[in-house]
Design a protein around this ligand. Structure first.
Ligand code: ISL
Ligand code: CA
Length: 528
């Protein structure tokens, strides 16, 4: 379906720089650390790296608050080290994409500082300022409280959908779009292969910033969303960015698009429309009716139905991303089985599905080590601004602090931001060599044939706790047999002309807890 592009057959690996690998032993991950692990990543078989923000930043939201888009945060290293990383990655045949955070800048960005210093500066119209006496509308921030705060000596209101130090850019101003585009080209000219575009579906806001519907707000947990999650000029702005930056460089663009939904995602990623190549949708990260800050068990049956639905209806001109984890979520394996009893089995099951389903896999750092959630003991163990503000707000509303802590502990993004256990220094988390080897084997398998990338997808069994499917092209046919149950199950009936590809051998006729098997059809022509 559609054109064959490198990013369709690639396996991506997401790096969260602060906690990936510490090269200079100051306790924080850095560029030197990443460079030192390139051989490991190449060995794992990944084709492309997505690097979360490493730009100059006051780090109020771990780098998603950028002060200088063309400078490297000294805690991570220098521009020379970045250039070395890019070169070394390319030398190993790996591509590198960066994080593009342009819905907002840091309030310490010179644009915002100039706007604060002079209301007549051209930069004043780079943001959403209001000189009204009261808060300009009822929108809420994703990090608790109002989406508005007062800044500078004039105490002017400015919009911030995230933290107070992440002020929203006014994309309706052509000068903003021009500056963003110039900056993107600056990195692409350096040889960067593309970007992941942070909350990119939020960039176009309804004119006049009208109040949000309070009942929608209650339902979603945030007020005002309907005025910017799919704004009036979103398609125009994305197309413009494609025409002026991504297209001419033949660079890759994946949008982070919370709440966009499949129908709008189709429009944004249809390759004929030239906006984005792919998106990250998040609807599969929680079972419906549940939210991230909630202590509940995730149901894999929902994940199966979601994946089948998207595969069936996304259309032949759109291409899916496949991921379970990122830096904004606790580890999926712990949500499926909080006891940890079947941690390894579930990690292997998730890996099998990720490497055999249609779409491009994005492995999050530590997935391949079989990492589960970290056992935080109290709110004082956490660093993330979202968790800290959530806790504070709910406790101040009079809720029982223990209950609030349980929810925060279940959902905090810090689970995904704990240092990777490369060595003995961190005895709490242990990397799992069995899971590592499985990722390596499964990535190799995916790379060895087109059927698992471009082949058709047929579901053979989707009853409760079961997921059996075929991937097939003119050359090969694969059958993937998955169980979502802790009980043993009868395997899918396999005939003589199938051979087991994964795991390498079976100890039991039955499918074990969360078991997964990959079979390959023996070519009849070869038998004859
Ligand atoms: O929209 C949300 C809830 O419905 C948020 O979870 C939102 O999807 C998410 O926080 C957006 O994430 C990205 O932008 C943030 C940053 O904190 C995250 O780390 C980043 O991935 C602000 O830049
Ligand atoms: Ca360091």
């Amino acid at each position: 379906p559609g054109d064959r592009r490198w990013w369709k057959s690639a396996v991506f690996y997401q790096i969260y720089p602060s906690s990936f690998c510490d090269g200079n032993h100051d306790g924080i991950g850095d560029l030197a650390g990443i460079i030192s692990k390139l051989d490991y990543l190449q060995d794992l078989g990944v084709d492309a790296l997505w690097l979360c923000p490493i730009y100059d930043s006051p780090m109020d939201d771990n780098g998603y608050d950028i002060r200088d888009y063309r400078a490297i945060n000294p805690r991570f290293g220098t521009m020379a080290q970045f250039d070395a990383l890019l070169k070394e990655a390319h030398q190993r045949g790996m591509r590198l994409i960066m994080d593009l955070v342009v819905n907002h800048t840091s309030d310490e960005h010179p644009f915002f500082q100039k706007a604060l210093a002079d209301a007549h500066s051209p930069y004043h119209d780079y943001y959403f300022f209001s000189s009204s006496k009261n808060v300009p509308n009822n929108w809420t921030s994703f990090f608790s409280g109002s989406a508005w705060d007062q800044y500078g000596d004039r105490r002017e209101w400015a919009l911030h959908l995230f933290a107070k130090k992440q002020v929203d850019l006014n994309w309706d101003n052509p000068a903003v779009r021009h500056d963003v585009c110039t900056m993107v080209n600056w990195w692409l000219d350096k040889g960067v292969d593309g970007f992941r575009l942070d909350v990119i579906n939020y960039i176009s806001k309804d004119a006049g910033l009208p109040d949000g519907d309070v009942s929608v707000g209650k339902l979603m947990g945030y007020t005002g969303i309907e005025h910017y999650y799919y704004g009036p000029h979103l398609h125009d702005y994305l197309h413009e960015l494609h025409e002026n930056a991504f297209g001419p460089h033949d660079a890759f663009a994946i949008g982070e698009t919370p709440g966009l939904g499949m129908e709008m995602a189709k429009l944004v990623t249809d390759e004929r429309r030239k906006e984005l190549d792919m998106i990250f949708s998040f609807d599969h990260l929680e079972t419906p009716g549940h939210v991230r800050f909630e202590d509940y068990r995730y149901d894999l049956n929902y994940l199966r139905d979601y994946l089948i639905d998207w595969s069936a209806h996304y259309g032949s001109h759109c291409w899916m991303s496949l991921f379970y984890n990122n830096h904004d979520n606790p580890r999926m394996v712990s949500k499926i089985d909080p006891s940890g009893k079947y941690r390894r089995e579930i990690c292997l099951l998730l890996a099998v599905m990720q490497m055999t389903l249609p779409g491009t896999p994005f492995v999050y750092q530590g997935d391949e080590m079989g990492l589960a959630n970290y056992d935080f003991h109290s709110i004082h163990d956490l660093h993330d601004i979202e968790s800290l503000r959530y806790y504070k707000e709910h406790v101040s509303l009079g809720e029982d602090p223990d209950d609030v802590w349980k929810r925060v502990k279940a959902g905090t993004r810090d689970h995904a931001r704990v240092m990777l256990p490369w060595n003995e220094e961190n005895p709490v988390q242990k990397e799992d060599p069995v899971v590592c080897k499985a990722y390596q084997d499964l990535i190799r398998l995916r790379h060895s044939c087109d059927a698992l990338v471009y082949g058709s997808f047929h579901v053979l069994d989707r009853r409760h706790d079961r997921f059996v499917y075929l991937r097939r092209d003119d050359e090969d046919t694969y059958l993937i047999d998955c169980s979502f149950s802790a009980e043993k199950q009868e395997p899918y009936p396999i005939h003589y002309n199938w051979t087991l590809v994964w795991p390498s051998c079976l100890y039991d006729h039955k499918l074990g807890p969360y078991g997964a098997r990959i079979w390959k059809r023996i070519d009849d022509r070869k038998i004859k």
